[in-house]
Design a protein around this ligand. Structure first.
Ligand SMILES: [Fe+2]
Ligand SMILES: [Fe+2]
Length: 287
């Protein structure tokens, strides 16, 4: 790596610390949810300490996706209808909504669009994990990695001069390049690497960090099951029209991902359909 690139990386990574840290309330809530006998009263108290998360939580829980018999006004009421996995998914979706709260001009994407993209990726990730057989702790890591996979874009959008036009022209001039290569040329780094650096500082599990790092890297994404799930779920979200910005128009599906996960083409089609249906049910609530 040239000295210039090294300095740029150092500069970008130094900005990572300026992103608000992963909310304590969410961390504590996840801990409570890992307990076999979840203390729901405490869980509500903890979530309510972060009004942004609590408001997003209620928005998502009242979406058509969960089809609750009536609109719930409080988190405690919501718990009556939900399982632990559903609560974890909604909680992390609510957290990511806090980070994606503004338009990302450089990537050409609105806050709502990238929030929905992340949730669609989480939905597809869960379907893939359940298809290949999963444990509760693996599923939690699938949620974390899928819902947070594009978080590096926040850092890059805030602290580097990215221009949609520059991306578009570079893609047009180099049709054989991957988006990651384009990003390295335009920005000097890719958002997977920056996102991974952020999650490392937040002390996230190593395989979650690796999978976020790998989600646009063809050679890394096929090295582990979790990274393959995140990369495939991300592609499914994009293919179903839930975009994450300029990179969404540049998607090819890595064949080895399907092989590695043992997913047949007709099964993939079904997974895409379900992801589309479920994501549409949540779309209306996100503003
Ligand atoms: Fe991405
Ligand atoms: Fe993405």
């Amino acid at each position: 790596m040239s000295l210039g690139k090294e300095l740029l990386l150092e500069k970008i990574f130094s900005k990572v610390d300026q992103i608000p840290t992963f909310p304590k309330a969410a961390q504590r809530a996840l801990e409570l949810l890992r307990d076999e006998n979840v203390d729901y009263r405490k869980l509500e108290e903890v979530i309510k300490t972060d009004p942004g998360i609590a408001a997003n939580f209620l928005k998502i829980v009242n979406s058509a996706l969960y089809a609750l018999p009536r609109k719930v006004e409080s988190i405690a009421q919501a718990f009556l209808y939900l399982g632990v996995d559903q609560i974890k998914f909604i909680l992390l979706s609510a957290v990511i909504g806090k980070y994606f709260d503004k338009e990302m001009i450089g990537y050409g994407v609105s806050a709502r669009t990238i929030w929905l993209h992340s949730i669609a990726c989480g939905i597809a990730g869960e379907l893939l994990a359940r298809k290949i057989g999963t444990s509760e702790s693996f599923l939690e890591r699938v949620y974390l990695a899928c819902l947070l996979h594009d978080i590096g874009k926040i850092v890059l959008d805030l602290y580097t001069k990215i221009e949609v036009e520059h991306f578009k022209n570079t893609i047009k001039e180099n049709p054989e390049w991957t988006f990651m290569q384009v990003e390295w040329l335009v920005v000097g780094v890719d958002h997977g690497l920056v996102g991974a650096e952020l999650l490392k500082r937040w002390e996230f599990p190593e395989d979650v960090v690796f999978s976020v790092r790998a989600h646009h890297d063809d050679s890394l994404m096929v090295q582990r099951k979790l990274s393959a799930i995140v990369a495939l779920a991300n592609a499914i979200a994009n293919l179903m029209g839930f975009y994450s910005g300029i990179d969404s128009f540049y998607y090819s599906l890595h064949d080895d991902l399907l092989k590695l996960l043992g997913i047949k083409p007709d099964e993939l089609e079904k997974l895409c359909e379900i992801t589309l249906e479920k994501s549409l049910l949540i779309e209306r609530e996100l503003i």
